[in-house]
Design a protein around this ligand. Structure first.
Ligand code: ADP
Length: 497
């Protein structure tokens, strides 16, 4: 966008100062009860950026108690919807004012390019304005019932929402979770991912500045099995929203069920097909398929990680996809023109290199990349495999890295079957100018989002979520409001019907 390029004239490179490293509980930045901290690393170098307070179950208890009090006694659910909306709008203004600094912090902690981080701050700002708009438009219905009754529904906030987010899009995940929960009048305990705690703390402080009452939004840094599990099991948390891996999502759901049966929204993994049809303009298809997979270092739950190409255009596509990957500019994400920064951490870096090894061993053809990039940090070369078969691990598992797997297909029925032969169902890409083909594929593919001749469009109003083991429920848009509301039916006999 123009704003992003304008802001890019003077890139801020680290060290930006890290202003907030403690836990945000009850409107205050505080140390953890144990005094423990953990380091968060710069993925470009593996050097420590800062030590942040580490929440454990005692801190979760404190944060939930603050959220409970803010909900039960505090002003938040009792404020007028208009006042809540105003606070959210003020927050969005403050974020906008600090866009460059927030983006720099995000690039530093996550490794994504600065230009992309700027775009993400803009998306966050936009999303809070969108949900601020909803705050005073949430209301129930008057329901016609048999007999002489006056029946109405009240749409009430659920209460204390526990929210657990991943590291790949820390600010977007913050926005998708916090925006609708606040618009509906809930209070929140949000746990960030241990790899990327910094940006949420920074914007959490802006919420205080915007006038959010203490305890309404509590933000804790910490690890999954300790802080995360404690939040999932907590008897005083009324609702959970989780984004992360399918395996962890199952744990979260089990903990919720075993404690107080709190409802859970899950946004989990994917292995999304990107289908290039026989009529494709190959140059355009290559560019979009490249973007669908390599965007954000391949660390997208909806990444187009199975590139199905029709046999008629396969050879040309492959040559050009390989060339595009070899051209991809890898390097310091603060530098202008760099397209790909480092992976998030050592574990992911090692996991991706293992998948590449498995691709080679299983007989796929390595067309480009295949190794680490440079000698420090967690950079991986843009990698392309051709001749990938459905039963290979690289065609089945979520790799979460810059590894494109290209598969050949002959006809539509075949590609529909193969595209759906996965336990995931998050997204799909379709590339064709043929409206009938597009309509057929759109209806046949079991996924929560179908991108036709585009990919990774994430406007605030577009719902996002998964079929099958890619999740439960939808986030963003009008759909996300339901996640954070109770419906109460009120039935009153009419005296003079
Ligand atoms: P990844 O493997 O990509 O880090 P995870 O699903 O493990 O994905 O992590 C996503 C989020 O879930 C992070 O905030 C992490 O701390 C949290 N998490 C991990 N394990 C658990 C758990 N057992 N209970 C609750 N949250 C968890």
């Amino acid at each position: 966008s123009t704003a992003a390029s304008a802001a890019y004239e003077e890139p801020i490179t680290p060290p930006v100062s890290v202003s907030h490293t403690q836990l945000l509980i009850n409107g205050q930045f505080v140390d953890s009860a144990s005094g423990k901290t953990f380091p968060t690393l710069d993925p470009r170098t593996a050097e420590v950026i800062a030590h942040v307070a580490e929440a454990e179950s005692e801190d979760v208890n404190r944060a939930v108690a603050a959220a409970r009090k803010a909900f039960d006694e505090g002003p938040w659910p009792r404020m007028t919807a208009y006042e809540r909306s105003r606070i959210m709008l003020r927050f969005a203004d403050l974020v906008e004012k600090n866009t460059n600094e927030i983006a720099a912090l995000e690039t530093w902690d996550n490794g994504k390019t600065y230009e992309q981080a700027i775009g993400e701050v803009e998306v966050l700002t936009r999303l809070f304005r969108y949900y601020a708009g909803w705050a005073d438009k949430i209301h129930g219905l008057t329901v016609p019932a048999d007999g002489s009754y006056h029946v109405q529904t009240l749409h009430e906030p659920i209460g204390v929402a526990g929210q657990i987010i991943p590291w790949n899009f820390p600010l977007l995940m913050f926005a998708w979770k916090v925006g609708p929960a606040l618009a509906c009048g809930n209070s929140i305990v949000l746990k960030t991912a241990e790899q990327t705690p910094l940006s949420a703390l920074y914007v959490g402080n802006l919420f205080l500045e915007a006038g959010l009452p203490p305890g309404v939004l509590n933000i804790i840094s910490g690890f999954g099995p300790s802080a995360g599990a404690a939040l999932c099991s907590h008897m005083d948390v009324d609702k959970l929203a989780f984004t992360g891996s399918t395996a962890t999502g199952k744990t979260v759901l089990a903990l919720a069920a075993a404690s107080n049966l709190k409802p859970v929204t899950l946004e989990l993994g994917g292995k999304s097909p990107f289908i290039v049809c026989e009529d494709a303009d190959v140059d355009k298809a290559v560019e979009l398929a490249h973007f669908a997979l390599f965007f954000n270092q391949g660390q997208c739950c909806c990444a187009g990680s199975r590139t199905f190409v029709h046999e008629r255009v396969y050879d040309e596509f492959l040559e050009k996809a390989k060339a595009r990957a070899l051209e991809r500019v890898v390097g310091d994400p603060f530098k202008k023109g760099v397209e790909q920064g480092p992976q998030i951490d050592k574990e992911q870096f090692a996991k991706i290199l293992n998948y590449i090894k498995s691709g080679v061993e299983s007989g796929a053809t390595l067309e480009a990349g295949g190794e680490r990039f440079g000698s420090k940090g967690f950079y991986v070369q843009p990698t392309v495999f051709s001749g990938v078969q459905d039963n290979m691990l690289i065609a089945q598992d979520e790799i979460f890295g810059p590894v494109q797997s290209i598969l050949k297909f002959k006809d539509l029925n075949e590609v529909i079957k193969r595209a759906n032969a996965t336990s995931f169902g998050l997204a799909a890409g379709i590339f064709t100018q043929n409206i009938d083909v597009a309509n057929t594929l759109t209806r046949a593919i079991k996924a929560g989002t179908i991108f036709v001749n585009c990919f990774d469009v994430f406007d605030a109003a577009i719902p996002f979520g998964g079929y099958k083991q890619s999740g439960q429920g939808r986030e963003k848009g009008i759909y996300s409001l339901n996640n954070y509301l109770q419906v109460k039916a009120v039935v009153t006999p009419l005296k003079n019907p």
